[in-house]
Design a protein around this ligand. Structure first.
Ligand SMILES: Nc1nc2c(ncn2[C@@H]2O[C@H](COP(=O)(O)OP(=O)(O)O)[C@@H](O)[C@H]2O)c(=O)[nH]1
Ligand SMILES: [Mg+2]
Length: 377
């Protein structure tokens, strides 16, 4: 399930870097990776309908360029089942609210009112809720649906349509090093996510360097350092307390070592702490001084339990930094899940990964169909 896309190295791009042992070629995902079943048609082909019925959806790729699909470290079927069951358990309140209202119901205003309330309670927000209701009513009319169960199926496909644009793979190998900056509020799960990602990336043959950019708390530096030591991942840290300097050093160091991926951790901050938001912008600017095309990914990590405030976070961090991707964590807790619909409708930043626990396999690539099925099961 966990999958990245990795561009095949372009021959002319090679000589600029010191020679370094390349990882053994990865097998193309076929039987090995149950998820990636196909490379989608080129962008100019006729648009494909959302893969509603396919058991394993195709992951879209932006270009048809030479892309090597790197298979996930085979998530064992039991691990995958337990992962999905944790996602379902986390979303169970919303799913029971959303599904019971269809049981034995007639298709009338009461049904739509109840659905509206359930969506609002799930954190879907006014805009996405209104869109879903409008589209659902149109569909019911156009398809002459008469049974509540059919309306539920129609809702499922609308939700998948809404969330599908968030489903994007993280493309590896397009820069060396690929520099990723990770931001978010305190406790969102930034450091944990970096740790999980580092292990996944290593399993894909990628060398990883971490930068302890959370310089506010000595404990945060320690957390990353201990983690790095335990997992044999190099961590750049500094006593100086200047996160921009740590970020700068880490990119230089990765360039010197020929490392594939650098992940830069940052201290948690609220979007309302303007001086701290300015500091993030500075870190980003300084990274670009070390490598003009970097950072290549600016990720926001969001706690899935934050409700509508998560949307405010996405907007504020996106305005400040220009986000390239999101990670939503803690969907195993009491998260209501609807926030993804709100994000998709108002600020559709790609959602690369979702977290449903503290174990490494608990971070998985976001899949719209899987998520909607957990929400409506
Ligand atoms: N249940 C659960 N806990 C998580 C998840 N991701 C992170 N955590 C926990 O959230 C807490 C804060 O994580 P941390 O990475 O230190 O947050 P940071 O301040 O953003 O770096 C830790 O106790 C993590 O173990 C998740 O997906 N599910
Ligand atoms: Mg942290």
């Amino acid at each position: 399930m966990f999958s990245f896309f990795k561009r095949k190295p372009k021959p002319e791009a090679q000589p600029t870097l010191p020679p370094q042992a390349e990882p053994a070629p990865q097998p193309l995902a076929a039987a090995a990776d149950p998820v990636v079943t196909d490379i989608p048609a080129p962008a100019d082909a006729a648009p494909q309908p959302a893969p509603v019925l396919a058991p394993e959806p195709v992951i879209p790729v932006e270009t048809e360029e030479d892309i090597e699909i790197v298979a996930a470290p085979a998530t064992a079927p039991e691990a995958k089942r337990s992962w999905l069951s944790r996602l379902k358990a986390g979303l169970s309140k919303t799913s029971s609210n959303l599904t019971t209202l269809f049981v034995g119901a007639r298709i009338d205003d009461d049904l739509y009112d109840e659905l509206e309330s359930a969506l609002l309670v799930s954190d879907a927000g006014v805009e996405a809720t209104q869109w879903l209701l409008d589209e659902l009513k149109k569909k019911v009319k156009a398809e002459r649906l008469t049974e509540a169960a059919q309306v539920r199926t129609a809702l499922r496909s609308l939700l998948i349509d809404l969330l599908q644009p968030l489903q994007r793979p993280l493309v590896l190998g397009r820069e060396k090093p690929l520099v990723m900056m990770i931001a978010g509020v305190n406790g969102a799960g930034k450091t944990t996510t970096i740790g999980k990602l580092a292990l996944h990336l290593q399993a894909h043959g990628q060398s990883v360097l971490l930068a302890a950019g959370d310089t506010f708390r000595a404990a945060a530096r320690e957390q990353l350092a201990v983690w790095g030591e335990r997992n044999n991942v190099a961590v750049i840290a500094q006593e100086s307390g200047d996160p921009a300097a740590v970020a700068f050093d880490s990119v230089h160091s990765a360039q010197a070592r020929g490392t594939h991926v650098v992940m830069i951790d940052t201290a948690g901050r609220l979007p309302t702490q303007l001086h701290l938001m300015d500091e993030l912008k500075k870190i980003k600017r300084v990274i670009a001084k070390a490598m003009p095309s970097a950072p290549h990914e600016v990720l926001l990590v969001i706690d899935g339990n934050t409700g509508q405030n998560a949307l405010a976070q996405v907007k504020a961090f996106d305005d400040a930094l220009g986000l390239t991707g999101l990670v939503v964590t803690k969907l195993d807790g009491t998260a209501k899940g609807g926030i993804l619909a709100a994000i998709a409708k108002t600020r559709p930043v790609p959602l690369y990964f979702i977290g449903v626990g503290e174990q490494i396999e608990d971070l998985q690539a976001f899949n719209a169909t899987e998520f909607v099925d957990a929400l409506l099961s």
